[in-house]
Ligand binder design. Structure first.
Ligand SMILES: C[S@@+](CC[C@H](N)C(=O)[O-])C[C@H]1O[C@@H](n2cnc3c(N)ncnc32)[C@H](O)[C@@H]1O
Length: 257
């Protein structure tokens, strides 16, 4: 698949895919969009002490890098599973210059090394990139994948970990370009893969997507989009049933049986 580097309104780069007539990020600001939707409205609002994150569409690794930086700042342990069907070569990602932005912000070369480590680390296994950030990249088609879990089969301390995700970054190409990634069946699966109080964020605020998330069981909020970008984004929460609801459900089941 051909990809062309383009610059977005905030000065950060993105990739354009001519075959799909689609960009990896908003042309109104790639870095601004990722920081707002996934870090400010996602990670920073998650109450999970050690978030287990699933990203649908690892792509350039920009969301992963921003998450790593936030994990190091906050001191929270993050386990990050990134699913990607078409991995990008490091040589392409390097040219995007995301780490230049981060270098300016952090005043050191560390972000560049982290980004390289995110891309050159092996696929299919847990890799500790920094003291607070562990990455597992999975190469495959999300639409036909068995439910991934944040626990690697070889996890030495499996008893300490939940098999469910606390946070999902849903960053697929737009529904008009890749409708197979935005289906009721997939949102139902994501709901099951998430722990209670888990959060899913996405840039897409279309009514049809909001209704599918609600039908899956999520409580969905429309939030303001990034500065200068989309008007609204979506944040979906898996809010547990109240005790009363649970009792109702139990009585329904006992009635049926
Ligand atoms: C909108 S881009 C976002 C990428 C990434 N989050 C970033 O910030 O660069 C969507 C990503 O989904 C990937 N993708 C497309 N189809 C997929 C599939 N069936 N399963 C997994 N990933 C897929 C694309 O290759 C691309 O990297």
């Amino acid at each position: 698949m051909e990809r062309i580097i383009e610059y977005t309104a905030d000065g950060s780069a993105t990739l354009f895919v001519p075959e799909l007539d689609e960009h990896y990020h908003s042309v109104k600001g790639a870095l601004t969009e990722s920081s707002h939707i996934f870090i400010d409205m996602g990670l920073k609002t998650s109450a999970a002490p050690s978030p287990r994150i699933l990203e649908i569409g690892f792509g350039t690794g920009l969301n992963a890098l921003l998450t790593l930086i936030e994990a190091e700042k906050s001191g929270r342990q993050v386990h990050y599973t990134g699913i990607e069907l078409y991995p990008l070569p490091w040589e392409t990602v390097e040219k995007l210059g995301y780490t230049n932005e981060e270098r300016r912000a952090t005043g050191d070369e560390q972000a560049a090394q982290w980004m390289k480590a995110l891309h050159t680390s092996p696929w299919g296994e847990d890799v500790r990139i920094t003291p607070h950030f562990t990455l597992r990249k999975i190469q495959g088609d999300f639409t036909s994948m068995e439910c991934p879990s944040p626990i690697a089969d070889h996890s030495p301390s499996i008893a300490d970990h939940s098999p469910l995700f606390s946070l999902i970054y849903f960053d697929a190409f737009a529904p008009e370009k890749q409708p197979e990634m935005w289906t009721q069946e997939l949102f139902d699966r994501l709901y099951v893969m998430m722990e209670k109080d888990g959060i899913l964020t996405t840039y897409c605020a279309k009514g049809v997507v909001r209704r599918m998330l609600q039908a899956a069981g999520f409580t969905v909020e429309r939030l303001p989009g990034p500065p200068g970008g989309k008007r609204e984004i979506l944040r979906a929460k898996k809010i547990p049933l109240t005790t009363e609801d649970t009792e109702d459900t139990e009585s329904i089941f006992s009635f049926i049986s």
